[in-house]
Structures are given as structure tokens and as C-alpha cells.
Design a protein around this ligand. Structure first.
Ligand SMILES: [Zn+2]
Length: 396
């Protein structure tokens, strides 16, 4: 399911041209733009946190709100979080426009116009704002109730929150950005459903995922839990991939499900959440006294410090969780090769996906190690061919 992340909301003129074969050079240029943007985002976050904290603005806001709300500290916290989130989003607006709209157009990935992008952007903020406010309000309530063991309760809450979000996201949130239409029965849906059945997976229908109106990138996924489980196939894939290639991509998704990868990744996420909140706990207690005007760890005025601690931890853990995720991707590819009997369909689908999504097929190994949750297409293709080779000796 980690493959189900919708591509960044893209934008632009109607009349979609067919996906043009992209050059490797273009993919490398696109990749390096995104790396520079990532570095910019990290630097901006650090600078903003430092300024917010050391200028006294954070404490001033918290104190002002506290004098307005008085005893009702949870209102103070919620208002502080909402104002801070909206302020940060406003600050990032130009950068988001540049990375999600301008760059996507320049590389011919987006088909959304500016108005469409703005609409999606604000829709996204309207969904994120209450989630962020709720998430950190609960954490600060736990900090307030139990300054010494809050990190354990918070890790528990975090796991619950993530499971809930990943359940409702494809069903409630994704349809707000893209259309989902149940596909009429056809030889393709028949083959897809038959494949799922043979793999022992019960699905409630095959859906067309309407990406084409907004982007030229493609994706497919097996989403939802229990009664909401469905197969979604991007229209950008339906139009340009052979049924055998679609089945191979689906087999990869089915493998994630059969291997319990969602639960494995959640378990791993939970373990790192416990560690991360504990680190934040130690840092908060060690540093909070040095921040003038912050009255203890549960004072929302110290929020920038809290975010900094979490951010630092996440940055350190990311290569680890990425390495684990890449291993699960190789395992899913191997399953797909065995299930479809050869590496041919999977590798041709992977190459099409890379071309369509402008993925660099051979990123620098250290970049892949640090940043990528998926192995590069070149390595995945090679690994798939090795699996096929051990399965049936290649005879030409
Ligand atoms: Zn995958």
C-alpha cells in the first residue's frame, strides 16, 4: 500500500498528450531539482524553528492565547497549533507552487492549470490543519497529564492514529482529489479479479483511478482494509499498459498484502515511534529550562523545540526505515516474477512506470540509501531477472 501514495497533485492544460518517452537525462535533471528542493525544505524548517523559538514569537503567541483562554489550556494549544500551521503553510506557499505546479509543468508531468492546483492545495490544507491540530493537541494533553511517561502513551496513540488514517485515507480522502469509478466488467477486470482470487485475496471491485485529468504519471494499488479493499488502477496505466503488465504490477501489490508488509512497516514504525518520542522526551526535559518564558515541557510555547527533536530523530531513522522498505520491495517483485512465471511483464511495466513518472533509473547509491523507499528501476529489473533466472534457466 505504500505504493498508493498519490503523485504530487499536478497541474495544467487540457488535451493530454500521450506520455512522451522521456530521456534519462531529463529524469536525472528532474531528480536533482527535487533534491535541491528537499534540502531547501529542510533548511527552511530549521531556520523557521530557530527564529520562532529564539525571537520569542512562539512564547509570545502562547502567552497571549493563554491570557485570552485562561484555564482552558487545550483551547490555547489548539489555537496555537492552528495559527502556527497556517503561518508555516503561508510561508511555504511559493515553494509549494514552484515544486508542485511549476516544476511538474516544466517536465510535462502535470496537466492541471493554476486554478486547479490552488484548489487542490487549499483542499489539502483544509484536511491537514484539523489533523495536525488534533494530533499535537492530544500529545500536549498527554504531556500535561503525565510529563514523565507521556512518550509511551504518545507512541500508542501514534500507532492508533496511523492505522486509522491508512484505513480511511483511500476511501474518504483520495476521492476528494481524484475520481474513482468502478470498471465495467471486461476481459481485463475478469483477469485482474481472477488473479486476485487465485492469490487468495478477496477484493470488492476493480476501480479506475482518474489521474489523467491532472497528471501523466501512473500508479496502481491494492487499498483499504476488510470491507473497503479494492484494486485501483490509474487510467494513465489502463490506456498504455498491456493486461499482462497490469497483472504483473498487481502481483507486486498482492505480494505486499500477502507478505503482511503493511503490518510489518507499521510494527517497525511503532518501534521507531517509541524510540523517537523517548528521544524527544529526553531533549525536552534537558532543554526546556533554557528557553526563556517556557513554563515546563507541557507549555505549548516550547513547541518549536518539540518539533526540532522529532525532526532530528526522523532524519536519523529515515535511512533505516528506507532500507527495510526497499527489502520489502525486492520481496514483492520476486513474488510477482514467480506468480506471473517470468520477469518480462514486470520489468517492462517497471520501465514504463519509470519513463512515465520521470524516475531516474540509476540514482547514486548513497542517494538511494538515504532517501528512497523503493530500489531504483535498474536494480529492481536486475533483481527480477535474477529471480526469473533461478526459477527457469534462461534458454533463448
Ligand atoms: Zn511496492
Amino acid at each position: 500500500m505504500q505504493d498508493a501514495t498519490p503523485p504530487p497533485p499536478a497541474d495544467t492544460p487540457a488535451d493530454p498528450p500521450p506520455p512522451a518517452p522521456s530521456s534519462d537525462e531529463q529524469a536525472r535533471a528532474y531528480e536533482s531539482v527535487h533534491h535541491r528542493l528537499l534540502v531547501a525544505r529542510l533548511l527552511i524548517l530549521m531556520v523557521v524553528l530557530a527564529l520562532y523559538s529564539f525571537s520569542g514569537a512562539s512564547v509570545d503567541l502562547a502567552t497571549g492565547l493563554a491570557s485570552y483562554f485562561g484555564e482552558r489550556w487545550w483551547w490555547t494549544n489548539a489555537a496555537y497549533l492552528l495559527i502556527s500551521f497556517l503561518g508555516y503553510s503561508a510561508l511555504l506557499f511559493p515553494l509549494n507552487w514552484y515544486s508542485e505546479h511549476y516544476i511538474e509543468h516544466r517536465y510535462g508531468l502535470s496537466r492541471q492549470d493554476f486554478n486547479g492546483w490552488v484548489k487542490d492545495h487549499f483542499k489539502g490544507l483544509a484536511i491537514e490543519a484539523p489533523l495536525i491540530v488534533f494530533f499535537f493537541s492530544i500529545i500536549y494533553a498527554l504531556l500535561h497529564a503525565s510529563p514523565q511517561s507521556w512518550w509511551m502513551w504518545t507512541a500508542l496513540f501514534y500507532v492508533f492514529f496511523v492505522v486509522l488514517l491508512s484505513t480511511v485515507w483511500p476511501v474518504w480522502i483520495m476521492p476528494l482529489f481524484h475520481t474513482f469509478e468502478r470498471l465495467e466488467p471486461s476481459p481485463l477486470t475478469e483477469a485482474v479479479e481472477q488473479f486476485a482470487r487465485r492469490s487468495g485475496i478477496e477484493v470488492l471491485g476493480v476501480y479506475k483511478w482518474g489521474l489523467e485529468a491532472k497528471t501523466s504519471t501512473a500508479n496502481a494499488a491494492l487499498t483499504g482494509i476488510g470491507k473497503t479493499r479494492r484494486i485501483i488502477l490509474a487510467d494513465t496505466m489502463l490506456n498504455h499498459y498491456s493486461p499482462a503488465e497490469i497483472i504483473a504490477v498487481l502481483a507486486h501489490e498482492v505480494a505486499h498484502f500477502k507478505h503482511g508488509d503493511l503490518w510489518r512497516l507499521m510494527l517497525m514504525g511503532s518501534a521507531s515511534a517509541v524510540a523517537g518520542f523517548y528521544v524527544a522526551h529526553r531533549l525536552l526535559h534537558a532543554w526546556v529550562g533554557r528557553l526563556p518564558g517556557v513554563d515546563g515541557v507541557a507549555d505549548i510555547g516550547g513547541f518549536p523545540l518539540f518539533v526540532f527533536a522529532l525532526f532530528l530523530f526522523t532524519l536519523l531513522v529515515m535511512p533505516l526505515s528506507n532500507a527495510y522498505s526497499r527489502r520489502r520491495e525486492y520481496a514483492a517483485d520476486a513474488y510477482a516474477v514467480r506468480a506471473t512465471g517470468s520477469a518480462t511483464d514486470l520489468t517492462s511495466a517497471l520501465n514504463k512506470l519509470a519513463a512515465q513518472n520521470l524516475a531516474n533509473k540509476e540514482p547514486a547509491p548513497w542517494i538511494e540509501f538515504l532517501l528512497h523507499s523503493h530500489p531504483s528501476i535498474a536494480r529492481r529489473t536486475a533483481a527480477a531477472q535474477r529471480v526469473a533466472g533461478t526459477q527457469q534457466p534462461t534458454g533463448h
